[in-house]
Design a protein around this ligand. Structure first.
Ligand SMILES: *[C@@H]1O[C@H](CO)[C@@H](O)[C@H](O)[C@H]1NC(C)=O
Ligand SMILES: *[C@@H]1O[C@H](CO)[C@@H](O)[C@H](O)[C@H]1NC(C)=O
Length: 475
C-alpha cells in the first residue's frame, strides 16, 4: 500500500519533481533520499542513512586505507569458462589501431553477416571506445618493493594458520596483490554489449526466475544498451511477489550490488578536459544518476533499485555483527606491530558501532525448518552464488573485474557467515571458539570489509546526489 506512495514521494526527493506535500512532509524529504522500510527487513531507510553517513562511513574509510585491507590478492587472469574471447578489442591487450574483424563484438559481426553493412562509423566508434577503455579500465599495479617484501611474511603467517577450506584460487601462480586504493572503482568506459552480457547472464541465467514468465523480457529488447541490462533485471523484479523469501533475498542482493556499482560510476564519472587536451577529472554526473534511478526514465523502478542497495547493506552489516566475536580475535597481521595494533583497535571500534545497530537483518527467517526442501534451496542458493562469482572472470575490463571480484567475494563471505554456526538469528554469533568449524581467510576478511565499504560509500553518494539535484532544481 505504501509502495505507490513511496514512488511519488521519492520522485519529489530524488528528482525534484514537484508534487504537493504538506509542510511537514517536505521538511522530512529534504533530509532523506528515500523514505520507508527496506523490504524484507524491519529497518527504516532514514535511520540507516544517518547511521551510515555519520558513524560507519568515516570509520570504514580510514580503516580501508590500512595495509591489511588495501592489498587484495586476486587472480585476474582466470579464463572465462562460459564464452570464448570477449570479442571486444578494447580489453587488456587492446591495440586501438589493430582491431581485426574477428575481434569485433558480436553485435557488429552479426549485422555484417546479415546485411554486410558494418559501417566505418561503427568502426570509428569502436576505436574511440577501445581507447577510452584502455585508458580508464586498466589496473595500476604499483607495489613498493618494501610492500612486496612484507607480502612474503604475510603468506608465511597465513600458511601457518590451519585453514578449514580452500578457496579455489589461493595457490594459483596468477594470484597477485593489487593495491585497491590505487584503483578506485569509477567510470571506466566499459559498456555496451560486452558489459551488458555480464549482467544479462547474471540476471537471466543465474537469478532465480520468477514463477511466471515476464512479458517483454528478452535479449532483443535490451540488445546493446547497457542501461537495459538493469531494466531486464528489474522487469524480473515486478514479479518478485510470487517468489519465496529466499529467492527474493538472492535477487535483492544482486540488484543491490548492481545499484551500488552504478552509483559509483555516476559519482565518479569521467569528465573530459574542456579543451579536449590534458587529463579529465572525476566527479558526480547528475544526468547519469537520474538516467539510472529517476522513476520517469526507469519505469518507476529507480527507487526500488536504491532500496535494494540498502537491503544488501543490511545483509553485510549483519554478517559483520555476527562475526564480530571472531573478528575481534583476529591479528590483522602485516608484520608492522604498530600498524597491526591500530588496525585491531579500529576494527573493534567499528564492530562496536555495527553491533549497536538495533534493526539487524534476521537471517533465521531464511531456510526455515530442517526439511529437505529448505536444504535443497540452501544448496541451490550457494551454487548460484558461486556461479555469479565465476562470471566475474568474464568481465572484459580489468578494473571492473577487480571490483566485481572483490564485491562478490565479500558478499559470498557474508553469506558464509550468516549460514554458519549452529544457530541463526539476531543474537547468534560465530566466534574464534568454533575455529574448527568456521574460519575466515585473509582474502575473505579483506573482501568482506571492502565490499561493505563500497555499499557504505554508495549510500553516502546517494545523499550527495540528492543535494546536487536539489541545488540544480532550485536554480
Ligand atoms: C601493540 O599492542 C600490544 C598489546 O596490545 C603491546 O604490548 C605492544 O607494545 C603494542 N605495540 C606497539 C608498537 O604499539
Ligand atoms: C552457471 O552459469 C552458466 C552460464 O550462465 C550456466 O550455463 C550454468 O548452467 C550455471 N550453473 C548453475 C549451477 O546455475
Amino acid at each position: 500500500m505504501w509502495l505507490p506512495k513511496l514512488g511519488i514521494l521519492t520522485a519529489y526527493v530524488v528528482l525534484g519533481v514537484t508534487v504537493t506535500l504538506s509542510a511537514d512532509e517536505k521538511d522530512c524529504f529534504c533530509k532523506i533520499p528515500l523514505k520507508g522500510e527496506v523490504d524484507d527487513c524491519s529497518c527504516k531507510i532514514e535511520s540507516l542513512d544517518s547511521f551510515n553517513n555519520l558513524k560507519i562511513f568515516p570509520r570504514l574509510h580510514s580503516l580501508l586505507n590500512k595495509d591489511y585491507f588495501r592489498f587484495f590478492k586476486v587472480n585476474l587472469k582466470r579464463p572465462c569458462p562460459f564464452w570464448g574471447d570477449d570479442g571486444r578489442c578494447a580489453l587488456r591487450d587492446c591495440h586501438v589501431d589493430k582491431c581485426s574483424e574477428d575481434q569485433l563484438p558480436p553485435g557488429y559481426k552479426e549485422s555484417k553477416q546479415e546485411e554486410n553493412k558494418y559501417t566505418k562509423e561503427a568502426q570509428e566508434q569502436l576505436h574511440t571506445d577501445c581507447k577510452e577503455q584502455k585508458e580508464l579500465g586498466g589496473i595500476d599495479k604499483t607495489i613498493s618493493s618494501e610492500d612486496r617484501e612484507s607480502f612474503k611474511s604475510w603468506s608465511k603467517y597465513d600458511d601457518a594458520q590451519d585453514n578449514f577450506c580452500e578457496l579455489d584460487d589461493d595457490n594459483s601462480a596468477d594470484m597477485e596483490y593489487v593495491d585497491l586504493t590505487l584503483n578506485p572503482e569509477r567510470y571506466t568506459g566499459y559498456k555496451g554489449e560486452s558489459a551488458w552480457r555480464i549482467w544479462r547472464t547474471i540476471y537471466q541465467e543465474n537469478c532465480f526466475k520468477p514463477d511466471t514468465p515476464v512479458p517483454g523480457y528478452g535479449p532483443a529488447e535490451a540488445r546493446g544498451a547497457e542501461g537495459k541490462a538493469l531494466q531486464s533485471g528489474l522487469d524480473l523484479m515486478r514479479s518478485l511477489k510470487g517468489m519465496c523469501l529466499e529467492k527474493r533475498v538472492f535477487f535483492r542482493m544482486i540488484s543491490g550490488l548492481h545499484t551500488s556499482i552504478n552509483v559509483h560510476l555516476s559519482a565518479k564519472n569521467y569528465l573530459p578536459a574542456a579543451n579536449g587536451y590534458g587529463k579529465g577529472t572525476w566527479g558526480p554526473n547528475v544526468e547519469e544518476f537520474q538516467k539510472r534511478f529517476d522513476p520517469e526514465t526507469t519505469n518507476g523502478e529507480g527507487p526500488q533499485r536504491l532500496k535494494n542497495l540498502y537491503f544488501t547493506y543490511l545483509v553485510e552489516l549483519r554478517a559483520l555483527a555476527k562475526a564480530a566475536p571472531y573478528l575481534e580475535q583476529e591479528d590483522f597481521f602485516t608484520g608492522d606491530e604498530k600498524e597491526d595494533n591500530e588496525t585491531r583497535n579500529a576494527v573493534k571500534d567499528l564492530l562496536k558501532i555495527i553491533k549497536s545497530f538495533p534493526d539487524q537483518f534476521d537471517e533465521s527467517r531464511l531456510f526455515q525448518g530442517n526439511n529437505k526442501e529448505a536444504q535443497q534451496l540452501k544448496e541451490e542458493f550457494r551454487k548460484l552464488f558461486r556461479n555469479i562469482s565465476v562470471i566475474m572472470d568474464c568481465v572484459g575490463c580489468d578494473k571492473c573485474k577487480l571490483w566485481g571480484k572483490t564485491q562478490t567475494q565479500g558478499m559470498g563471505t557474508a553469506l558464509k557467515i550468516l549460514f554458519s554456526g549452529d544457530t541463526m538469528g539476531p543474537d547468534s554469533t560465530v566466534d574464534a571458539q568454533q575455529k574448527k568449524n568456521f574460519q575466515l581467510r585473509r582474502s575473505e576478511i579483506v573482501s568482506l570489509f571492502n565490499a561493505f565499504g563500497r555499499l557504505s560509500t554508495s549510500i553516502k553518494e546517494v545523499d550527495v546526489f540528492r543535494q546536487l539535484i536539489k541545488e540544480k532544481d532550485s536554480t
